[in-house]
Design a binder for this molecule. Structure first.
Ligand code: ATP
Ligand code: MG
Length: 380
């Protein structure tokens, strides 16, 4: 051992230097634990990061820094065990400060051996909260961008398809009309009527696809939301049905919107219908609105700007996370054949983005769903 090779003076000097070093480090909490996890030393970094002074923590168990549920689940002991058995524990997690706030910690635990005997642990903790949030934001921005690119690609594809089908349907419908004008005998005329009805349904479908692909001709007008919702309230209530409480609450003085009114009504009806389907045993649907500064997630470079946001929220079944990214795709439905065509949210998405706005979805299984349509304020 080095103590045999050095004079006492040198050793003292070395431990003094080491102690000086550890005590001058404020960016890292560096401290020693005994083999059971009781804190034996403390440094200014520990005080700066966690708020405790040495007197507060020395001789107490280090599990006090863990979240109560993780401490109760035995995580502190498990981490020491990993360090002792594998030679080191390296991890990341949420830890508590003295004031009860949490911070993201990067942690290294090294076992300290003396003659083959475990005498304690050296623990180094760094506060990486800011880095963690920056990384999270970056990941979220990447996810938003990917989602926007996916929707853009599906939109282009759908638009091309819808245009082609529209042209074909127009020819078929016109020909059926011309045949109908000349042939009045049965059974041909009733067969023609059936074919024309199918043609009309096809035309409706292509119109919905055009809306999703942002190929619909919108007719924006100045809309007062309170008046518009008042006008279609009875229809929305009918659509929600019995056993569901529908509330509409708007703040006074909401700015007017410049949007296609019929499309906005259709979008809100689609959202209310979805909420109703998610509430088979009844519940609440709330329509609210607010004027706020918002940022289009697909165009984060644009920054915050004034929007009017309309929210339809329910306390229904909710949508699993893996499904959330797909619900706006045309024909995506989880409903049985004949119950849903999967075009409701595509209309909502296509209409809001073609109107210069964006759609946000928040949902949690078992808790409910909240869809927010944000439209940019008219520029004056
Ligand atoms: N409020 C909601 N709660 C739970 N799930 C929802 C909600 N809104 C949408 N979804 C899910 O998203 C899917 C797609 O919704 P979308 O409105 O596009 O189609 P749909 O309702 O299935 O059919 P359509 O609206 O054409 O009749 C739904 O099938 C459902 O799984
Ligand atoms: Mg729907």
């Amino acid at each position: 051992m080095s103590s045999t090779r050095h004079s006492d003076g040198v050793l003292t000097d070395q431990s003094r230097q080491l102690s000086l070093l550890v005590n001058s480090i404020t960016d890292y909490a560096i401290y020693m634990l005994d083999p059971t996890g009781v804190i034996r030393t403390w440094n200014p970094g520990g005080q700066r990061i966690k708020g405790y002074s040495a007197a507060d923590v020395v001789n107490t168990h280090f599990s006090r820094f863990y979240l109560p549920e993780e401490a109760a689940a035995g995580l502190p002991q498990r981490n020491l065990k990993v360090a002792a058995e594998e030679g080191r524990y390296i991890g990341e997690g949420w830890r508590l400060r003295q004031d009860g706030s949490v911070f993201r910690a990067s942690i290294v635990i090294d076992p300290v051996w003396d003659n083959g005997q475990l005498v304690g642990f050296a623990k180094i903790t760094r506060d990486i909260t800011e880095l963690y949030h920056a990384q999270e934001q970056l990941l979220q921005a990447q996810r938003d961008l990917l989602q926007a690119q996916k929707m853009e690609a599906i939109g282009k594809f759908t638009l091309g398809l819808a245009h082609d089908f529209n042209n074909l349907l127009t020819i078929i419908s016109n020909c059926l009309d011309m045949i109908g004008a000349q042939v009045k005998e049965q059974p041909v005329s009733s067969l023609l009527a059936t074919a024309q009805r199918a043609g009309d349904r096809g035309a409706l479908l292509t119109r919905q696809l055009l809306t999703f692909g942002r190929g619909q001709t919108l007719v924006p007008e100045s809309v007062d939301l309170a008046t518009m919702l008042g006008d279609c309230e009875a229809m929305l209530r009918r659509s929600a049905g019995d056993g569901i409480t529908l509330s509409i609450e708007l703040p006074p003085g909401l700015p007017r919107l410049s949007v296609d009114k019929a499309q906005l009504e259709a979008a809100i009806l689609n959202l209310v219908s979805n909420s109703r389907d998610a509430l088979p045993r009844g519940g609440d649907i709330a329509i609210t609105a607010s004027a706020r500064q918002a940022r289009d997630p697909a165009h984060s470079e644009r920054g915050l700007s004034g929007h009017v946001c309309i929210t339809v929220a329910d306390n229904g079944e909710g949508i699993p996370v893996d499904v959330q990214a797909r619900v706006f795709e045309p024909f995506f439905t989880t409903k049985s054949v004949g119950k849903g065509s999967g075009l409701g949210l595509s209309q909502v998405f296509g209409f809001t983005s073609q109107s210069g706005g964006f759609t946000e979805l928040e949902s949690e299984v078992g808790k409910g769903t909240r869809v927010r349509l944000c439209f940019p304020l008219e520029e004056h």
